[in-house]
Each structure stands twice: as structure tokens, then as C-alpha cells.
Design a protein around this ligand. Structure first.
Ligand SMILES: [Zn+2]
Length: 89
């Protein structure tokens, strides 16, 4: 998917009104494209952070520890790396 198309979807993505499929396309594109990340940052006026998975009430009220953040960040990095490899073929 190319940048122009992503930029058209991004406003809907920010408002959570994009389809699930579009949202996934946007997320995988954002992993590999810093231009679109910059564009998204301008729209939402803050740096892009990938959405957290599994928003469980139990973990929500105590927050994450440093090591949980570290593991989460590593997992996201590995995910992005594999998506990048996949796109590169
Ligand atoms: Zn892009």
C-alpha cells in the first residue's frame, strides 16, 4: 500500500472509524515508513505509539513496570522487523 493511500486512511484511523483491515494495513505501513509516522504525528499532534494489545482491566489500573515496557517494546520491534522482512520479500 502506498503513502498517499495511507494518508487518506489515517484521519479515519485516528478516529477509530477505519475498518479493521485498513487499520492493520496502516499499522504495518507505519512500522516501515517514517514519512507516514511523521504525517500521523502532525495529525494527532504527538508521536505515534503503536496501540497496546489486550487491554485488560487488571493490568490497566496498576500500569506497566519498566521491564514490562521493555518486553513490550522489544516485541513490537521484532513484529515490525518481521513485517519489514515480509514486505521486502
Ligand atoms: Zn508511507
Amino acid at each position: 500500500m502506498d503513502c498517499e493511500l495511507i494518508k487518506q486512511i489515517l484521519p479515519a484511523y485516528v478516529k477509530h472509524s477505519a475498518s479493521e483491515e485498513s487499520a492493520k494495513e496502516v499499522e504495518s505501513h507505519l512500522c516501515v515508513c517514517h514519512q507516514c509516522r511523521d504525517y500521523l504525528s502532525k495529525i494527532i499532534d504527538k508521536p505515534f505509539t503503536p496501540p497496546k494489545e489486550n487491554k485488560e482491566p487488571v493490568t490497566a489500573d496498576r500500569g506497566l513496570t519498566f521491564w514490562e515496557y521493555a518486553v513490550l517494546a522489544t516485541a513490537i520491534f521484532i513484529l515490525c522487523f518481521f513485517i519489514f522482512l515480509f514486505i521486502k520479500g
